[in-house]
Design a protein around this ligand. Structure first.
Ligand code: PGA
Length: 252
C-alpha cells in the first residue's frame, strides 16, 4: 500500500506565486516516489488556481475545512458541496485548530456523513489535548471515534481516513514516540471494529490511520517504520519548498 502524505498548508503561504512554487516543489518530489500518494490542502483561496494549472494526477487536492450545509448565511465560510465542485477529492474535518474555535463532535460527525454523501473522502482528525499517566487519552480517543463512526454505514467505513493528531504534539518541537503511536493505531482499529460488532458483517478493511503532529524530515522515517501508520498529516514541514522536499526524500 502507498504511504499517504497530507500537506496541510494551513494559512500559508502569503501569495499565489509562492503557492505555485510550493506546489511545484511538492509535485516534483512526489513524482519521484512511486509509493507515495499526496494530498495538498492549500488555503481555500488558492485551490482553484492550483488545480486548474496542474495537469497531472499524482497530487490530489483537499480543503482544510468546510461546512455541511448546502448554503445559507455563513459569512466567510465555504460548503462541502463547493469543495467538491471545485475539484477536491478530500476534506479535512475536525482539525484541532477548528475544534479550538468551537467545532463540536456532533458537527464533525455531521460533516463526515455529508462529505461521504457527496463522494468526498473525509480526513477526520482526532486526538487528546493532554496525556495523563493513567491512559485517559484512550478514553478521549474512543469517545471521538464512536462519535465519528456513529452515522457511517458499514460499506463506507473504508472511505474514512482517520488522522490521529495528539493536540499536544501539533506545533510542538517533537512528535509522539513511534512505539506509542503503534499502540494507538492498534487501539483505533479495535475501537472502529467495536463500533460495528453488532452488525452481521464487520467491515473487513478498516480505515487508513495517519499520524500528525510535529512530523518532519528528521523523524518521519522512524514513525513510518515503527508507528504502524499508513501515512502522515503534516503542517509546518509541508509549507516551504525546502522542507517538503527533504520530508518526501526522507520518506523514500
Ligand atoms: P505540525 O501540524 O506538523 O505543524 O505540527 C500538524 C497539523 O496540525 O496537522
Amino acid at each position: 500500500m502507498k504511504t499517504m502524505l497530507v500537506a496541510n498548508w494551513k494559512m500559508n503561504p502569503v501569495t499565489l506565486s509562492d503557492a505555485y512554487a510550493l506546489f511545484d516543489a511538492t509535485r516534483k518530489s512526489a513524482e519521484k516516489n512511486k509509493n507515495l500518494s499526496v494530498v495538498v490542502a492549500p488555503p481555500t483561496l488558492f485551490i482553484n488556481a492550483l488545480r486548474t494549472r496542474y495537469k497531472g494526477k499524482k497530487v490530489q487536492f483537499g480543503a482544510q475545512h468546510a461546512r455541511g450545509e448546502e448554503g445559507g448565511s455563513h459569512t466567510g465560510d465555504i460548503s462541502l458541496r463547493q469543495v467538491k465542485g471545485i475539484g477536491c477529492q478530500y476534506v479535512i474535518i475536525g482539525h484541532a485548530e477548528r475544534r479550538a474555535l468551537g467545532e463540536t463532535d456532533d458537527e464533525v460527525r455531521a460533516k463526515v456523513s455529508a462529505a461521504l454523501m457527496l463522494g468526498l473522502i473525509p480526513i477526520v482528525c482526532i486526538g487528546e489535548k493532554t496525556r495523563g499517566s493513567h491512559g485517559e487519552h484512550f478514553d478521549v480517543v474512543r469517545a471521538q471515534l464512536k462519535s465519528v463512526f456513529m452515522d457511517v454505514p458499514t460499506p463506507k467505513v473504508n472511505k474514512v481516513i482517520v488522522a490521529y493528531e495528539p493536540v499536544w504534539a501539533i506545533g510542538a518541537p517533537a512528535p509522539m514516540q513511534p512505539r506509542d503511536m503503534h499502540e494507538m493505531s492498534i487501539f483505533i482499529r479495535k475501537v472502529i471494529t467495536e463500533c460495528y460488532e453488532t452488525e452481521l458483517k464487520v467491515p473487513r478493511v478498516i480505515p487508513t490511520v495517519l499520524y500528525g503532529g510535529a512530523v518532519d524530515s528528521t523523524n518521519v522515517h522512524e514513525m513510518q517504520t515503527l508507528g504502524e501508520v499508513a501515512g502522515f498529516l503534516v503542517g509546518r514541514a509541508s509549507t516551504t519548498p525546502d522542507s517538503i522536499r527533504v520530508l518526501i526524500q526522507a520518506l523514500t
